[in-house]
Design a protein around this ligand. Structure first.
Ligand SMILES: *Cc1c(COP(=O)(O)O)cnc(C)c1O
Length: 413
């Protein structure tokens, strides 16, 4: 028995999915202690959009460490923070005309969602928030209340309330969730306690790679404006270029009131999260939402380097589109040749293979691992294989990974 099995809590999960000991990682490759290489179509669940140990980010980090740059300083002003904010404004906010201010919550995705929730409740004065079927927003109590998955919710141990659940785009072909919500909000007899905000993902990653149509997102944005609801986009997984543009909502041309970012914002897999809020929503009192790890300076350094390296022009966005076409094409061909059991879904470089017979997805994932590829499942029944290769993967490696996947699917589907 390894020390992991012996000592680490039963709650552990990915080490069960991929039972080996990883030692090194670079780009789209993870290497285990026996020297075996795995192509990474997981990318830390969207944390490693620029690949493992990206050299363009590593050197600035090494230089910062070598020069005794401040590593921890709560939210004190440091050179690293100042520089990150400068670069974030010049590369991301200003070019998109976004007036938003930046809040540093604790360094995880759920920390960003909790901060956003607290803020929209404070601003609106209303405790209820709209969330969608199959949403995933994190594991702490506020964000878990927004999350749809029954197994995850069952772990809470206390009531998960103050959330109004609405069908996401495509949840049920016969139900228009937004039309229903609109109608309920418009009718004083509906019995609905008015919510203050809506929290949404543009593509539900954990929920099974469910893609909201652009028109649906626009309709949601209109609905929020008409009914004076604050719109929060949780871009923790789909932001930082995963769908092509830096923010996943750009394609829809909407501007959320609040935006949550984490996962790939540091670019290097270092913990970091941001809440972006319209200036008029910035009603926080100093220190009202606190936390020891709100300014991860090492993450500021790599985050600024990533924005400089990849978001000074549209090169990455274009290449993501090209790679997405490559993935989409091969998956569509594969699904077509396997039959009705398999279908393709996704946007940009988050693409999914959905299996009508749910257990096949996990079986394919296990087989892919044996063949040297990391790819995880998502969805309420783990019925969707979710492909999240690094955005910086080269076409040949991407192809090699897809070939492994194709073989696993053909063997099992
Ligand atoms: C991963 C994720 C979170 C939670 O992030 P953690 O860092 O795991 O707390 C929240 N929202 C979305 C959309 C995510 O994908």
């Amino acid at each position: 028995m390894s020390i992991v099995e012996e000592l680490e809590s039963e709650v552990r999960s990915y080490c069960r999915t991929w039972p080996t000991e990883f030692k090194e990682a670079h780009g789209a490759i993870l290497t285990d202690t026996s020297g075996r290489e795995f192509i990474d179509f997981f990318s830390g669940a969207g944390t490693l959009n620029y690949g493992h140990n990206n050299d363009l980010l590593k050197q600035p980090l090494i230089d910062y460490l070598t020069s005794n740059g401040v590593t921890h300083g709560l939210d004190m002003t440091t050179s690293a923070k100042t520089e990150f904010l400068e670069v974030f404004r010049s590369r991301i906010l200003t070019p998109r005309g976004l007036p938003h201010k930046v809040q540093f919550p604790g360094p995880t995705g759920t920390n960003a969602v909790e901060a956003a929730l607290k803020l929209v409740r404070k601003v609106s004065g209303r405790p209820n928030v709209v969330a969608f079927t199959n949403a995933f927003h994190g594991m702490s109590l506020g964000s878990l209340a927004l999350t749809g998955n029954a197994d995850k919710r069952a772990g809470a141990g206390v009531p998960l309330d103050h959330v109004l659940r609405v069908p996401y785009d495509g949840f049920d072909p016969d139900v228009d969730g937004l039309a229903l919500l609109d109608r309920m909000l418009s009718d004083g007899g509906s019995g609905l306690d008015r919510p203050g905000a809506v929290v949404v993902e543009t593509v539900q990653g954990e929920g099974g790679v469910n893609v909201a149509r652009v028109e649906w997102l626009q309709e949601l944005s209109d609905l929020c404006r008409r009914h004076e609801l604050l719109l929060v986009v949780d871009d923790v997984q789909m932001g930082c270029g995963r769908t092509g543009a830096f923010f996943s909502f750009e394609e829809a041309g909407i501007v959320p009131d609040v935006i949550c970012l984490s996962k790939s914002i540091s670019g290097y897999g270092l913990p970091m999260a941001l809440v972006l809020l319209r200036p008029e929503l910035d009603v926080w009192r100093p220190g009202e939402h606190n936390g020891t790890f709100r300014g991860n300076n090492l993450a500021f350094v790599t985050g600024a380097a990533a924005l400089r390296a990849y978001w000074s022009d549209s090169t990455l966005e274009k290449s993501t589109g090209d790679l997405a076409d490559q993935v989409r094409e091969r998956l569509t061909r594969l699904a077509g040749s396997v039959g009705a059991d398999v279908s393709v879904r996704g946007r940009g470089l988050v693409q999914g293979l959905r299996f009508a017979h749910a257990p096949t997805a996990a079986a394919v994932g296990r087989r892919a691992f044996e063949l040297g590829l990391l790819v995880e499942t998502s969805g309420p029944r783990d019925e969707v294989l979710k492909l999240l290769p690094p955005l910086t993967v080269d076409g040949a490696r991407l192809d090699a990974g897809l070939t492994v996947l194709e073989r696993a699917v053909r063997e099992l589907a």
